[in-house]
Design a protein around this ligand. Structure first.
Ligand SMILES: Cc1ncc(COP(=O)(O)O)c(C=O)c1O
Length: 400
């Protein structure tokens, strides 16, 4: 339609949101649906954070704030980076936006020109390539497979870099695979980046606090201080503090980039919600004693889901280091037919048939850049997960 922009023609709606909506619509029709599509914790925002928001409302903190964040929150973000990541930033190096999503979007909008390439390890979070396209850049996926536990190698990174490479987007632990890079694995990637000074690093540390067993989180600017001047370290309160609806994300990096991101934000959304900023301040500076319990709950769910999915015929499910996703390979079911007569030609057909024939909603792998796979978000109760995995097992066993 001529009315719509050329920019819109370059992108598609988020497939994860589409799956969640389809599952909700089937549920509304009375179908017995289990949604494993949504990327959000099922826990409530902790009480002390909710109380901080109520206090902010009653204290009249309900007006416009500084475009990219109140000073109190910026100071807390600087303290967080120093104490948790060993990174020194000043408040002028910090930007606060409406969710991690807006932070990443602002950074790409502020920097990408036509022809600029952005390296994105696949499987990737669905929004990275489309955000790069919206910003006028060119996404360059680098595919990591099951054989390397969904992590790219230094040789792959080296081969993908060109004189036009502007950014390398790094996300560990990853959405959708849960894969986390160890310090030595990340160090090997940063050694490649040190040889290419034109490449900036966008590190999306959204799942920093959701790591399991003895895995230790690390981030590029800390692992290789030589990258500090060209790294944007991004994070947010959505996942670690069960605050997806509050919409607060933040990043720290060089002042010139932070200022440019502020310009984009000042002409689009202005400040993130004032009340949410005060709640995020409490999240970052208040007690975090609930986190070990959440981690333990997620780890137990990961173990349950990995074990049950590996017992499904034709499914191979590696055990990830973090986040709340698994990304099983389904090569063993492609080409088979369902009892309803559908031939599973690819993972999108698999996910649609699984939803229609068993009521389990998952997101197909093609949306994340590696097939044939699907993503399970296990941020839901144990009984629900057990039932969903049992249905997947029965579905796979019924294929001919
Ligand atoms: C890897 C990753 N980055 C960023 C985001 C965006 O988070 P927010 O809800 O704070 O915008 C998500 C949310 O799904 C994510 O998985």
């Amino acid at each position: 339609m001529a009315f719509l922009s050329d920019t819109l023609a370059r992108v598609k709606p988020s497939p994860t949101i589409a799956v969640t909506s389809k599952a909700a619509a089937l549920k509304a029709e009375g179908r017995d649906v289990i949604g494993l599509g949504a990327g959000e914790p099922d826990f409530d925002t902790p009480e002390h954070i909710r109380e901080a928001a109520k206090r902010a409302i009653d204290a009249g903190k309900t007006r416009y704030t500084a475009v990219d964040g109140i000073p109190e929150l910026k100071a807390a973000i600087c303290s967080k980076f120093l104490s948790e990541n060993g990174l020194t930033y000043t408040p002028a190096q910090v930007s606060v936006g409406t969710g991690g999503k807006q932070i990443l979007y602002n950074a790409l909008m502020a920097t990408c020109n036509p022809g600029d390439e952005v390296i994105i390890p696949a499987p990737y979070w669905v929004s990275y390539p489309d955000m790069v396209l919206l910003a006028g850049g060119t996404p360059v996926p680098v595919v990591a497979t099951l054989e390397t536990a969904f992590k790219i190698t230094p040789d792959q990174l080296e081969a993908a870099i060109t004189p036009r490479t502007k950014w390398f987007i790094f996300n560990s632990p990853s959405n959708p695979t849960g894969a986390g890079y160890s310090r030595s694995e990340l160090k090997a990637l940063t050694e490649v980046l040190m040889r290419h000074p034109q490449v900036w690093v966008m590190s999306d540390d959204m799942y920093e606090h959701l790591v399991f067993d003895d895995f230790t989180f690390c981030t590029p600017a800390e692992v290789e201080p030589g990258l500090y001047d060209r790294t944007l370290t991004c994070n947010g309160v959505s996942k670690a503090f069960a605050m997806t609806g509050w919409r607060i994300g933040y990043a720290a990096g060089p002042v010139s980039l932070i200022k440019a991101m502020g310009t984009i934000q000042s002409q689009s959304t202005s400040n993130p919600c004032s009340i949410s900023q005060w709640a995020a301040l409490e999240a970052l500076s208040g007690p975090q004693d609930f986190l070990p319990g959440w981690r333990a709950a997620f780890q137990a769910r990961r173990d349950l889901v990995v074990s049950m999915l590996n017992q499904a015929a034709g499914v191979t499910c590696p055990k990830p280091e973090g986040a709340f996703y698994v990304y099983p390979d389904i090569s063993g079911v492609i080409g088979k037919a369902t009892p309803g007569g559908t031939v599973l030609t690819n993972d999108e057909v698999f996910a649609t048939a699984l939803l229609e024939e068993t009521g389990v909603a998952v997101v197909f792998g093609a949306a994340f850049g590696l097939s044939p796979n699907f993503r399970v978000s296990y941020a839901t109760g144990d009984e629900v997960l057990r039932e969903a995995c049992a249905r997947i097992q029965r579905f796979c066993a019924s294929l001919v």
